[in-house]
Design a binder for this molecule. Sequence first.
Ligand SMILES: [Mg+2]
Length: 360
Amino acid sequence: MTIAALDVSQYRLPLDPPLTDATHGAMTIFELIVVDIRTEDGAMGSGYTYTAGRAGGAIRSLIEDDFKPLLIGADAGRIEALWQRLWHAVHYVGRGGPVSFAQAAVDVALWDLKARRAGLPLWRLLGGHDPEVACYAGGIDLQDPIEELLARTERRIEDGFRAIKMKVGRPNVHEDVERVGAMRNLLGDGFPLMVDANMGWRAGEAVQAARLLRPFDLVWLEEPVAPDDFPAHRRVRDVGIPIAAGENLHTLAEFQALLAAGGADFPEPDLATCGGITVWRKVAALAEAYGLPVTSHGVHDLHVHVLAAAANASYLEIHGFGLEQFIAHPLEMRDGKAVASDRPGHGVVFDRERLGAFAI
Ligand SMILES: [Mg+2]
């Protein structure tokens, strides 16, 4: 299983219309970085990560210039050893940030290769708990007028979604209350509804917002404050509203600190940005040890596998970046649940020709 070749590609995919949240404002570009690994005996694996439009070049360079020489000639089956090798090789500039994104793309490729070689779908290789995973439609819609927000939600319910997430963090919190109230009114009592503030508030503002939003019976309030202000997460949680957090944490140690502070009910690691499947599984096990579920952020075609393998799986986020137009077999949904595929590996096959138009 000696690694013979590694190729990395970078694409800048336009987002039309732009997506909006409280941190990024309007996002117009989705960057995709794809890694292909081949072993001497011809086995293949692919992995990928993404950005909200910037720093993709740094991630690509880390993989091409720093990781590739450490991987060529290595045993592809020793995924944990290779993860540690890469982590320590660049630790002085790493321990998170772009390094965690770069490691994630490599790690996913190695897991894909291992599963394809075994002839197993990833979710079975990783433990095989339940291929049907509860999911929600993650709206990126902070600036959308209420009428548009509600019309899109109606379409999503028609498409089969049984849970919805919307953005909050408007300049005046009472606008958020009005929008969430309109959404609850549309969905009716008991329909799972999450809201996501994308770190839009300081602690005091978040506490006030949580008090105002509590009557709407939310599944969770996501990222109310800066991602590494763990005591503030705890303050907001103490209002009596469940907290989801983690899409801006990029190491296992950060998740440990968040959970030790009592800062989250729904840890939300993104395997494409926290070091890969190897780290995501450790966060899931950590959450389980704290008696908590684990959820996901982004790359739903990959997360469906790790959630389908986890005993403490919570909701899968179905994100709105439109990647399905470049994928041969977009994620399947059945009765409001996402279904992990039975194709070997993660089963995500990109249309390289179509993507090629956006290569840089
Ligand atoms: Mg979020």
